[in-house]
Design a protein around this ligand. Structure first.
Ligand code: GAP
Length: 591
């Protein structure tokens, strides 16, 4: 990983934010190559998720929204991580990320100052030592702890030891006792307007998804889309993570690419189609069908998203499809699949295999989100489904009663879970079940939610390679090569005149550059030996090198005139291509 981080800085993929001031933890900037890579990732996601589909439209919403949105979504109350502080260094950790440790704990009940008996502390303190470590290091840490409390020459009181196994109460870096866990809300707060008061408090969005729910009705109305359909958005999100780590993997400012795909509740599908199709086995379930319930749609999006990652060069073997266990699911989720990438810093499983870290979550979120916004805003989030109304009228009474009862129960469960008092929940759920019979319901949603920065990091890790290649004198040397899929490579083609002091070569090379530039990102380079120029582009991940040489000018025969050398980054193979065929050939490879 160190080599990858160092390449990122050296070649301008990623820089530490505010580096000249010592950086700011959890914030990263993308340099010229990183900015192109990220843009390519987002553009391709947008093309695949929206522009190439009839059933998904886009949204671009603000980062700061009405604070009620975060009450409705549950973020103000539940978007929190447990945190603990080191009692010695004050460093903060996520309580659930502390590795269990075993050893001997040295406990002290307090300390007194040996030069001034009036100075005492009765605050207990403990240090964990790994087996075999010198007890003096525990005493040293304890003296430091009491020195911070004004006991400069500390005499430690009531030392006692205790063996512990797999404890998470101690700082893994120095053994010091940690505070008890406290919940810490991850949303960044700010104020809207000149007065810093409670009523002017607002939040930087911690996810892009909520804007989609809040604008659901507007988008549905103007786009004339009918359920099932989706709304997607790409944008910044902010989380005041307790422990930003693993380079850009867990940042405090990052970008998300989220789709909210709205579907009929299963009861509506059954009323219309007679039954609800469920996944029959592994693999892609194929083209969407009217009789799909939430499980088929969920499976469909998991497979679509896996195919997306493969299409930009992440091999299936580097990805893990992780189905969350029931106890891991968010309270609103019926099922969630995390797509993990095997980052070099991932933990290893019992077999020594990289376990993977989350790139994207695909959650079946039921009708929770729209229902919450309906309740908190007082604005209806339901849709009218003509097909359902017509189908319902044709059902026999037993079927109507069974579907109504199921819908009533699921709505009542939601209302009770979200603290509606039981009588009110019962009455409202009955009303909503009656609404279903008239063709109305609040749509359910499947949410594929991906992080741009995590994906960019996965692509960088996956692309990084080292092999050997001959230098200008034919001597083999180590080559660093970024094997990006041409679709997302920051620069698609590099154009080189063989020599920069031959005006005819330079003129022709510039013509080729200008020919390609309207179609793709092109880098023009005339400085240095050609081998060195190739090597620079290998490190940048440029898949194609185009060299204009004396053959291009026709000096070695008319048949080679107006042809160039096309060099492929990965195989280093070279072939001759006609200039007028070049753009089409490259476009085919990069789209
Ligand atoms: N709307 C659902 C949602 O936000 P999430 O799992 O919290 O779900 C979705 O976030 C994706 O956003 C993650 O899979 C990850 O790729 C990205 N993400 C979340 N927190 C992040 C962080 N601190 N730094 C970088 N990316 C993050």
């Amino acid at each position: 990983m160190e080599r990858i981080v160092s390449l990122c800085k050296r070649r301008g993929f990623v820089f530490q934010s505010s580096e000249i001031y010592g950086g700011i933890n959890g914030f990263w900037d993308y340099g010229p190559l990183g900015a192109e890579l990220k843009r390519n990732v987002k553009d391709f996601w947008w093309r695949v998720m929206t522009q190439r589909r009839d059933d998904v439209v886009g949204l671009d919403a603000t980062i700061i929204m009405h604070p009620k949105i975060w009450e409705a979504s549950g973020h103000t109350t539940t978007f929190a991580d447990p945190m603990v502080d080191c009692l010695l260094t004050k460093k903060r950790f996520r309580a659930d990320q502390i590795e269990p440790q075993s050893g001997v704990v040295y406990h002290y009940s307090g300390a007194e100052d040996s030069t001034d008996k009036a100075k005492t502390s009765s605050e207990p303190y403990s240090v964990l030592l790994a087996p075999g470590k010198n007890p003096d290091s525990a005493r040293k840490a304890a003296r430091q702890f009491y020195a911070q409390r004004g006991i400069v020459e500390a005499r430690l009181l009531d030392e006692r030891t205790e063996k512990v196994e797999n404890s998470t109460r101690y700082n893994q870096e120095n053994g010091s006792l940690l505070t008890e866990a406290r919940m810490f809300n991850l949303m960044f707060k700010t104020y809207v307007g000149p007065v810093e008061s409670a009523e002017n408090t607002a939040y930087l969005r911690p996810e892009t998804a909520q804007a989609i729910f809040a604008q659901f009705k507007n988008v549905a109305d103007v786009s004339r889309q009918k359920v099932p359909f989706g709304i997607c958005q790409i944008g910044k999100a902010f989380r005041n993570e307790i422990n930003p780590r693993n380079f850009t993997f867990r940042s405090r400012e990052f970008e998300q690419m989220e789709l909210e795909f709205f579907i009929r509740p299963d009861e509506a599908v059954e009323a219309i189609c007679g039954s609800v199709a469920r996944p029959a086995g592994p693999g892609h379930p194929g083209e969407p069908q009217a009789n799909w319930g939430w499980q088929m749609w969920h499976k469909y999006w998991v497979e679509e998203r896996l195919a997306f990652y493969e299409s930009i060069g992440l091999p299936r073997t580097t990805l893990v499809e992780y189905w969350q266990k029931p106890e891991e699911l968010a309270h609103y989720a019926r099922a969630t699949v995390d797509i993990l990438y095997k980052f070099p810093f991932s933990k290893r499983d019992a077999a020594g295999e990289l376990a993977g870290e989350e790139l994207e979550g695909i959650a079946a979120r039921s009708d929770f989100d729209l229902s919450q916004h309906q309740r908190f805003s007082g604005k209806g989030m339901g849709v009218f489904d003509e097909e359902l109304k017509l189908a319902w009228a044709k059902l026999d009474e037993a079927k109507k009663a069974a579907l109504s009862q199921r819908y009533f129960e699921s709505r009542r469960n939601y209302l009770v879970k979200t603290n509606e008092e039981p009588a009110g929940a019962e009455a409202r759920a009955r009303e909503e079940a009656a609404g279903l019979a008239r063709g109305s319901y609040v749509p359910h949603v499947i949410e594929p939610s991906a992080g741009v920065d995590r994906l960019a990091l996965a692509l960088i890790c996956n692309a990084y390679g080292e092999d050997t290649a001959p230098d200008e004198k034919g001597k083999m040397e180590t080559r660093v090569v970024m094997r990006f899929h041409p679709r997302i490579a920051p620069v698609k083609a590099a154009v080189f005149p063989l020599l920069k002091n031959k005006p005819e070569l330079v003129k022709k090379a510039r013509e080729v550059r200008d020919l390609l530039r309207p179609h793709m990102t092109v880098f023009y380079d005339e400085a240095g030996a050609i081998g060195r120029r190739y090597r620079r582009q290998d490190e940048a991940g440029t898949p194609f090198g185009v060299t204009i040489d004396f053959d291009t000018l026709g000096e070695q025969g008319a048949e080679l005139k107006d042809t160039v050398t096309l060099r492929e980054r990965d195989s280093m193979k070279q072939s001759r291509v006609k200039i007028d065929a070049l753009a089409a050939l490259l476009l085919e490879r990069i789209r």
